[in-house]
Design a protein around this ligand. Structure first.
Ligand code: ADP
Ligand code: MG
Length: 243
C-alpha cells in the first residue's frame, strides 16, 4: 500500500499556479528525489504535504488518512516531519530543548523524561549527542542543519520531507550528510527530498520526480528521468532565463 498519496494537488497564489494538478504516490521505505528548476513549485509542494499551506485543489493522504484540511500539528502527529530550506531552530535554547519540542508535539506525544529520551536519541542519530547542553546559537552551520534534522526525527515520522537539506555543505560535510540520510532510510523512514546536488540524488534516490512550472513532468528511475529530453529542456530553459 502507498504511504503517501498526492492526488491532483494544486496551489494558486493569485494568478500564479505554483503547483498544478500534481499526482504521485510514495511507498513505505522509499527515498524519492524531488527535482526541478528554481521556482518550479518544489517547496510549495512540500508545504502542501506538511500542511504549512492549504491546497487550492486536490488532496493528500498518509496511510489512507486524509491530511488535506488538517493543521500542521495534526499532520505532524499523523507522521509527517520536515526540514525547511532556510534552517529554523530556536537559538536561545539548548539542543535538547530544541529537540524536545517536536518530541512532545510529534507522532507519539511524549512527555517529561520520555520526551527527553526521544530528544537524546534523535540527537544521537545525527551525531550531536555530545553537545546536548550547548545553546543552539553556538552551533556551526552544518551542526545547525543536523539539529534541524534531529528536530524532524524527534517527531518520529513515517515520512520525512527534506527541502535542500544538503545545500551549502562543503564536500566532506556533503559525504557525511549523504551517509546520514542513508542511515535514516535504513531505519525504515520514507523520504521525499528536494535536492539540487545530483551526486546526492544519484546516491540516495532510486526514483525521482521532476517539476517544471508547477507541473510534474517526470516520475521514474532517477537515471532515466535525468536523461529524459523534457527534463533536460526544463533545466536548459532555466539557464536561458538566467543568461
Ligand atoms: P521552488 O521551491 O521549486 O524553487 P517554490 O515552490 O518556492 O519553487 O515557488 C514556486 C512559485 O510559487 C514561484 O513562482 C514562487 O514565486 C511562487 N510562490 C511561492 N510561495 C509563494 C507565496 N507564499 N506567495 C506567492 N507566491 C509564492
Ligand atoms: Mg524551494
Amino acid at each position: 500500500m502507498s504511504l503517501l498519496i498526492v492526488d491532483q494537488a494544486t496551489k494558486r497564489f493569485g494568478g500564479v499556479t505554483a503547483v498544478n494538478e500534481v499526482t504521485f504516490a510514495v511507498t513505505k521505505g522509499e527515498t524519492v528525489g524531488l527535482l526541478g528548476p528554481n521556482g518550479s513549485g518544489k517547496t510549495t509542494l512540500i508545504n502542501l504535504i506538511s500542511g504549512a499551506l492549504p491546497v487550492s485543489g486536490g488532496e493528500v493522504r498518509l496511510n489512507g488518512q486524509l491530511l488535506t484540511g488538517k493543521r500542521p500539528d495534526q499532520i505532524a502527529r499523523a507522521g509527517v516531519a520536515r526540514t525547511f530550506q532556510l534552517v529554523r531552530i530556536l537559538p536561545s535554547l539548548t539542543l535538547t530543548e530544541n529537540v524536545m519540542v517536536p518530541a512532545v508535539f510529534g507522532a507519539k506525544s511524549h512527555w517529561g523524561p520520555a520526551a527527553e529520551q526521544v530528544a537524546k536519541d534523535a540527537l544521537d542519530k545525527v551525531g550531536l549527542a555530545h553537545r546536548a547542553d550547548v545553546q543552539a546559537a553556538d552551533l556551526t552551520y552544518i551542526d545547525q542543519k543536523r539539529l534541524e534534522l534531529a528536530r524532524a526525527l524527534a517527531a518520529e515520522p513515517e515520512l520525512l520531507l527534506l527541502d535542500e537539506w544538503l545545500a551549502g555543505l562543503n564536500p566532506t560535510e556533503l559525504g557525511q550528510g549523504i551517509a546520514l540520510i542513508r542511515s535514516l532510510t535504513d531505519l525504515g523512514i520514507s523520504i521525499l527530498m528536494v535536492e539540487h546536488i545530483m551526486e546526492a540524488i544519484r546516491a540516495l534516490c532510486p526514483r525521482s520526480l521532476v517539476m517544471n512550472s508547477g507541473r510534474l513532468i517526470a516520475d521514474g528511475p532517477t537515471g532515466e528521468v535525468l536523461s529524459d529530453p523534457h527534463v533536460v529542456a526544463a533545466y536548459l530553459g532555466e539557464v536561458d532565463e538566467d543568461a
